[in-house]
Design a binder for this molecule. Structure first.
Ligand code: 13P
Ligand code: SF4
Length: 307
């Protein structure tokens, strides 16, 4: 029954996608059926690179609010749709432009680097943006002694272990990645002694210390294809397991913790993608004044590329 319903939805979505000249972009944490219908599935950096160069008229962004906003920052002439307007990112909400402006006043010499998981207003107040795929490279590229990094304290801490720059960290964190505990990794290592352990830099330093590799979600997909290991413990949001299994049917992927499910990423469904294409809503549009300032920070990041 469910399969038939999905098949009908997929048929309608594909028809509308063609008629509206739309492209469907999906983050690696999206539901399996959403990833399967997308034109492109990737990490935050790859998705912004894709958005920047698409010639489609409409971008259906299957991800969370800041990702659709980044697409709108890069493509002001395109219609950017976020199939569920409530798909936000709690970490991005942990810093506001008001609070950032106040902190900048206290640190006049500091260069501000914002994680892409932030609002357009926060990006507009930042010197440069980064994702987990290029954070170390972006920070190393800066001619700055002191860096204020917002909002993810754990990504910020991880970068600080890779550079000699003075990093002042905001106190934000990802409420999904903190669910992965050091004891989860220890347990999986005992269960799967041959496995490689890969974790996302949004994990706590205690979890990172127990990992073999620290990677963005795109980095994890590349690692999975290249490694000789047959078993891989994955310390990030569990939606990525779908793609990893699809691309590597001969390997076993073990979630570090089943609790690491981002409720916001899961708000996007096939039904909502269809409704978004039918109604051309909810649309995400960044006001021009903020967009231009935010774009400067995003463009600087895109020039750097990935780690
Ligand atoms: P990446 O896909 O860029 O590694 O990001 C992880 C994330 O938490 C996005 O919300
Ligand atoms: Fe935000 Fe974490 Fe969900 Fe990514 S996984 S969207 S950082 S809450």
């Amino acid at each position: 029954m469910m399969v038939k319903r999905n098949a009908e939805l997929i048929e309608k979505i594909l028809d509308l996608r063609k008629r509206k000249k739309a492209v469907i972009l999906a983050h690696n944490y999206q539901r399996g059926e959403v990833q399967d219908i997308a034109d492109f599935v990737g990490d935050s950096l790859e998705l912004s690179q894709r958005a920047a160069k698409t010639d489609a008229r409409v971008i259906v962004f299957c991800g969370v609010h800041f990702m659709a906003e980044t697409a709108s920052i890069l493509c002001p002439d395109k219609t950017v749709l976020l199939p569920d307007i409530n798909a936000g990112c709690p970490m991005a909400d942990m810093v506001t432009s008001e609070k950032l402006i106040k902190r900048k006043g206290e640190l006049p010499g500091a260069t501000v680097v914002c994680y892409i998981n932030s609002s357009a207003e926060v990006k507009a107040e930042s010197d440069v943006c980064c994702t987990s795929a290029n954070a170390v490279k972006v920070i190393k590229s800066l001619d700055a002694k002191e860096i204020l990094f917002v909002p993810d304290q754990y990504l910020g801490h991880y970068i600080s272990t890779k550079t000699d720059k003075k990093m002042i960290l905001w106190s934000g964190f990802c409420s999904t990645h903190v669910k992965i505990q050091p004891q989860d990794i220890t347990k999986k290592r005992l269960e799967y002694p041959q496995a490689k352990v890969i974790v996302h830099p949004e994990c706590t330093p205690e979890v990172i210390a127990l990992a073999d590799e620290v990677l963005s979600t795109g980095g994890m997909c590349r690692f999975a294809q290249q490694t000789e290991a047959r078993e891989i413990v994955v310390g990030t949001e569990i939606g990525i397991i779908h793609r990893l299994e699809k691309e590597n049917p001969d390997k076993k992927f073990i979630p570090a913790s089943e609790k690491a499910a981002c409720p916001n990423m899961k708000l996007i469904t096939l039904e909502k993608i269809l409704w978004a294409l039918e109604d051309m809503a909810p649309e995400i549009k960044v006001p021009e004044e903020i967009r231009l300032k935010a774009k400067a920070a995003v463009d600087k990041m895109l020039k750097v590329g990935r780690d």
